[in-house]
Every structure is written in C-alpha cells, then in structure tokens.
Design a protein around this ligand. Structure first.
Ligand code: SF4
Length: 248
C-alpha cells in the first residue's frame, strides 16, 4: 500500500506570502484606464522595441525576501517595466533604472550597476524594490483614485517582508504613501515634515520602518542635475547605515 501523503495546510487567516502577493498583483484589473493603457502600449510598442514581447501587465515588486531596505518608486514606465515585467528595468540609456541601480550596487544592495531586462542576472541583496502604482500610467501620472486602489498591493508586499527596517521613498508621492501608512495617530500624532531629499523620518515606533526621502531618479530630475549620482548614492549610504548589516 502506498504511503499516505500529508499536505501541510496554511492558516487561511495568515498574511499572503510574497509569491501569493505577486500573483494578486499580476492578475489585478482594478483600474480600467491603466489596464487599457498598458495593453495598448504593449500592442503598439516603440520602434526600438518592436521585436520585443511586452509584459503589459501590472508589475510586482522585485528583490530579496529578507530585505531590510525597501525602495518605493512611483509606477512602471510604459516602455520600461511595462515592457520587461520587472520594476525599474529597461528604460534605456540615461534612464532611471541604471541611475538607481548604480547607487544600489555601490552600497552592496545589487550585484550589478545596470537593470536592462528580466534575464540580465540582476540580484538584489538586503533590498526589495516596489512601487506606489503597479500599472504604467499615461504621462507617468497615476490618478489619486488609482494610487488609492493600488495601496493594497504595496501593503501586502510590505506585510510579506518581515525584516524591513528602512523604506527609501523615491519622490513625494512615494513619501506620501509611506506617511499615510506609518503615521502615528491619536495623542502621539505628529505633523508631517515637508518633503526633502535626504530627509530621515524616524517615527520612533516599534516595528515601523524609518523613512528616507529622495528625489525620484526620473530623467526630469537627473538630466537637470536636481538629482546627481552622489546625491543618490548618499541616500543608500544612509539607508545602509540605518538598516544595519544584513543578517543582524
Ligand atoms: S494600478 Fe494597481 S490596483 Fe490598479 S489595476 Fe494596476 S495593479 Fe491593480
């Protein structure tokens, strides 16, 4: 008689795992405007990528499940992550992906300074990259109700990452999302400081990550010198110092 197989059952009330969250994100259809836009871009393509098969679906986070640092961006680029299917990947020479990865690599969070396509061998160590909105928006501008709808996915990813100590918020909208999530309420409520590049917000609450604010590495900021490589690097030096050594 063959041995009886016992299948371990998960507690149905347990928070979703990272793999389950990924599945939920990839199959989300909550925002018709964004889903239509991403699919249209994936069909029409850009001349330079006409031979590529675009991802065209919502983009889940990417990185180390033991991450102590989570980087939160805004949304996939139409011909970047919406094409490659990996967050902060493939927006071309001089784009935000390599700019960000160069800084993360310099501080040991990435094994290479570039992020070109999902099979390029990039691995993150001690870090995870997520976004406020998982579908590429027209003009890179998600609407407030779309950001609100997508909050569930960021919350679920953060809940599935048990070791997070620092959140790097890339841009004001990402910082808004962090503040909304982590702000203290009731008698201990504090006034939110104005957004500032390099600002560290430590709410001093057990289990609540420290927020490090940064300008977003969009071409608009990097081409104008508003955000320089040393400034981006300094953000990750701060994040590394605050998060402590990996495995501690
Ligand atoms: S933006 Fe977020 S909530 Fe809206 S469809 Fe995409 S994944 Fe779903």
């Amino acid at each position: 008689m063959p041995p009886t197989r016992h299948t371990a059952r998960r507690d149905p009330s347990a928070a979703p795992t990272l793999a389950e969250v990924r599945d939920q994100i990839v199959n989300c259809t909550a925002c018709p405007r964004l889903r239509d836009y991403c699919q249209r871009i994936a069909r029409e393509k850009k001349r330079a990528h006409r031979d590529d098969t675009y991802w065209g679906r919502p983009v889940p986070g990417f990185g180390d499940p033991d991450a102590r640092v989570v980087v939160i961006g805004l949304a996939p680029a139409a011909h970047g992550a919406n094409r490659t299917g990996r967050v902060f990947t493939g927006d071309g020479v001089g784009g935000s992906c390599d700019f960000l990865m160069t800084a993360m690599h310099a501080h040991g969070f990435a094994n290479q300074p570039t992020s070109h396509h999902a099979g390029d061998g990039l691995r993150l160590s001690g870090a995870f990259i997520a976004a406020v909105c998982r579908c590429a928006p027209p003009d890179n501008k998600p609407l407030p109700y779309e950001i609100a709808a997508c909050r569930q996915h960021l919350d679920a990813e953060l809940a599935a990452l048990p070791n997070v100590r620092v959140v790097v918020a890339l841009g004001r909208i990402a910082s808004d999302a962090c503040w909304r999530k982590y702000r203290p309420e009731g008698p201990s409520a504090v006034t939110r400081p104005a957004f500032a590049h390099g600002q560290v917000i430590d709410l001093g609450t057990a289990g609540v990550p420290i927020i490090v604010e940064s300008y977003h590495p969009s071409r608009q900021n990097t081409n104008t010198g508003r955000l320089t490589p040393p400034m981006m690097s300094a953000v990750f030096a701060t994040a590394k110092r605050l998060a402590g050594p990996v495995g501690a």
